[in-house]
Design a binder for this molecule. Structure first.
Ligand SMILES: Nc1ncnc2c1ncn2[C@@H]1O[C@H](COP(=O)(O)OP(=O)(O)O)[C@@H](O)[C@H]1O
Ligand SMILES: [Mg+2]
Length: 283
């Protein structure tokens, strides 16, 4: 398949048979629903770039255990919504249940993200460029997901087998994406901001599991805490800017996401030495 193969012209003709099922609310997008084996999402300004990227991932065979690990873009439906394939499995909801917090799942998320990076190599978003990032454009190493939260990973038999919600995908670096995924999944945040279900997790031990499964280099292990703290500062600025556009982002900001991010930054810097020592210790 040609990566830029006419995504704008693609149309999804509804067979009218699938039942409409509401999907668990994600973080931001209003109106994501499942109809039969498809997902319908409001069309957005990055949709064409995302569609080209999903075409690329399908063409290079981004799969886990032989099943597609990312949705296919099927086209716009009669109502002008993006139509994507549904990936069957379990997805975490906002309140994390114990099955989301196992070390085996964490490790498999690192493996999935690493596989995504391999599959993304060579994709250049030329025909359908991604909208520029707010504030600071990341350096271009590859196009990648950049929002690997528990709510965007499909799980089967306790293992991560698929990624959904490529709304924030774009040019960046492997390490940025990987640290971001670790931040959500370890999770890297001040324990005062952990929900009851996540309290008591050994965050440093989990970060080491993630780093080892991602094959982080020694230099990456040394820089991880400071890098993640710098990303938190950037994320605070981006979130505040997006909140000005209203909608889901404004709601997140009102709920205090900015304060959580700032506490994360300070928590990481306070623990920099311990994090580096843990990541450099033998397995
Ligand atoms: N292609 C898909 N396959 C399976 N589940 C999906 C798919 N797309 C979305 N979902 C489910 O719907 C939820 C919300 O969709 P998502 O695209 O993540 O929206 P948001 O931008 O609001 O986070 C996801 O957390 C997931 O449970
Ligand atoms: Mg989502």
């Amino acid at each position: 398949m040609v990566p830029d193969g006419g995504v704008r012209a693609r149309r999804y003709l509804d067979d009218g048979r699938g039942a409409v099922v509401e999907l668990p609310a994600g973080d931001v997008t209003v109106g994501v629903i499942r109809i039969g084996e498809t997902v319908r999402r409001p069309h957005q300004r990055q949709s064409w770039a995302v569609a080209s990227y999903l075409d690329h991932l399908a063409s290079v065979g981004f799969t886990i255990d032989g099943s597609p690990a990312s949705p296919r873009f099927l086209g716009l439906d009669a109502e002008g919504r993006d139509t994507l394939t549904f990936i069957p499995g379990d997805v975490a909801e906002a309140v994390l249940e114990p099955w989301v917090l196992t070390d085996a799942l964490l490790e498999s998320v690192a493996v999935l993200v690493t596989a995504l990076h391999r599959a993304s190599a060579g994709f250049e978003p030329v025909a359908e460029p991604f909208p520029a990032r707010e504030i600071a454009q990341d350096p271009f190493e590859l196009v990648t997901h950049l929002d690997v939260t528990p709510q965007n990973v499909v799980v089967r038999d306790g293992r991560a087998i698929g990624l959904v919600d490529f709304d924030l995908a774009g040019p960046s670096t492997r390490f940025t994406d990987s640290v971001n995924a670790a931040m959500h999944w370890v999770p890297l945040r001040d324990p005062v901001d952990l929900p009851a279900s996540s309290r008591g997790l050994d965050q440093l031990a989990r970060l080491k599991i993630f780093a080892d499964a991602s094959d982080w280099t020694v230099a990456e292990r040394r820089s991880c805490a400071r890098f993640a703290a710098d990303r938190a500062a950037l994320s605070w600025r981006r979130m505040r800017l997006r909140a000005e556009s209203g909608g889901g982002w404004a709601r997140l900001w009102q709920e205090g996401v900015g304060d959580v991010i700032e506490r994360r930054r300070l928590w990481l810097l306070d623990r920099e030495t311990a994090i580096v020592n843990t990541l450099l210790s033998p397995v």
